[in-house]
Design a protein. Sequence first.
Length: 404
Amino acid sequence: MATPTTSTTTPAPSRRRILQAGAAALPVIALGAALPGAAHAATPDPETPGAEAASAATPTLRMPAETDRHDRTFMAWPALSSIWGRQLTAVRDDIARIAYAISQYEPVVVVARPGQASDARYWLGRGGAYGITVLPIADDDLWIRDYGPTFLTAPGAIAGLDTNFNGWGKSGTPYYQPYAEDAAVAATLLYDYGITRVRAPFTGEGGALETDGQGTLLATASSLVNPNRNPGKSQAQVEQALKSSLGLSKVIWLPGLVGYDITDDHIDCLARFTAPGRVILDQPGPGTDQIWIDVYQESKRILASATDAQGRPLVITELPGPDRQLIRGTGNDFLSSYTNYYTANGAVFVPQFGDTAADGTAYAILQAAFPTRDIVQLNIDNIASGGGGIHCATQSQPSVPPAF
């Protein structure tokens, strides 16, 4: 999360340096009630095979909390050396390490370009993992949290919201990287699993959306109320689009920061729900640029006076970042955020950066927040060097709740 810097060397292009061309604009469809059955949803995309009309008597779909039970985790195999350069092999090692760790707790599906699928299967199987499936779907990069489907559930029903990925809105900027294949992954993945695809009435990414599963959304205005995603829309209009499509009743907006990283300050590196009414807030560690400290302080002020959709005040736990002089990773783009953790069945997966004291503190804080789950710390330095983390590299498919 930092300003791009120049260098006399040729570093691997960063996720924080991305974009131009984009997918065609997709029609706006507001989400209504859910159809009974796991593969159907209300007001579905008319292009989705098998889409049906919704029954007004059925319950509304809602974005669940990540802490709810999952059927599987989706990940993506980084495809392009034009993005990662000589780091590509090391980044793939990180992806394999994360996939193997998660596969010990729930099934993992990794999408990979058809021509790379065999290599991905070999790579992912070197650790002896048998809970990993490679699905041949063309992609560009590993950030499936942002371009994959955001799942919605209701009793007896599930749908996938396609949030119209446009490469973080960075067309024509130094942050450009190819993303045309990534933009099509949500639709293809949902088709392969027989899950109805719904087109969102906004443009954004999964990493911009954080919910407690009880009607409250945390989001940064910088990443959603931004002309590079939703030109001409006011914050109130974006908020209504979020509420209608995600089945939520309240949005808590944090200002965020425009233009200092490719995501325009996604919420999943800043503040996360650990449970309804409970929020983890990323506290920048020593050596962090003052501009990010300002973002943290303003976010803390807003959260301290906020209430959730149920009217509860928020209990805030700060999660201190590591000392940037003590971590293994280097460079302004290195994402040293423990807050970008991923919650799977029975475990929480969090980066380990090499600052022993800070790594230990993060472990203790997360174990207290998730007392019934294992805290699994992983070295993801190569992914972090591209400005992302474990949460950015994963997307959960929630289990369908029992029908009434």
